[in-house]
Design a protein around this ligand. Structure first.
Ligand SMILES: [Zn+2]
Length: 128
């Protein structure tokens, strides 16, 4: 979650321009002595964001991941620009949902091959 140089270019006013889409991002220090590029002027209710992607501001201006589960229903958080960037693909936000999608992909493949087998069996008597 650290700032990678190829994804950010410093612009005037201490902001950083996203090298993927060109929009400005807020470069904010984290509690872990690192930096994170946050989407400017956007706060979201924490429960709408996966726990490991919620950033909340501390009184000293740094931010930290708000991993409390279940989150306070009124807690708001910030998100990284890369999640909101139209030019970057989304990371695996919900691993359990990705597993469901992978499993459904396998099911769909199996169903397709079973159906094509059944079709061949139906066609065989007519073929003769
Ligand atoms: Zn971007």
């Amino acid at each position: 979650m650290g700032v990678s140089d190829e994804r950010a270019r410093r612009i005037a006013g201490g902001k950083f321009r996203c090298s993927s889409c060109g929009l400005p991002q807020d470069r904010v220090p984290t509690l872990e002595q690192d930096w994170v590029l946050l989407e400017p002027e956007l706060t979201v209710l924490a429960h709408r964001v996966p726990a490991e992607y919620r950033w909340i501001a501390l009184p000293d201006g740094r931010v930290t991941v708000y991993g409390v589960c279940p989150p306070d229903p009124f807690q708001r958080c910030r998100i990284e620009h890369r999640l909101a960037c139209a030019a970057q693909s989304l990371p695996d936000l919900w691993p359990w949902l990705t597993m469901v999608r992978v499993e459904n992909g396998r099911k769909a493949e199996r169903q397709e091959s079973e159906e094509s087998t059944r079709l061949r069996q139906v066609e065989l008597p007519d073929a003769g």
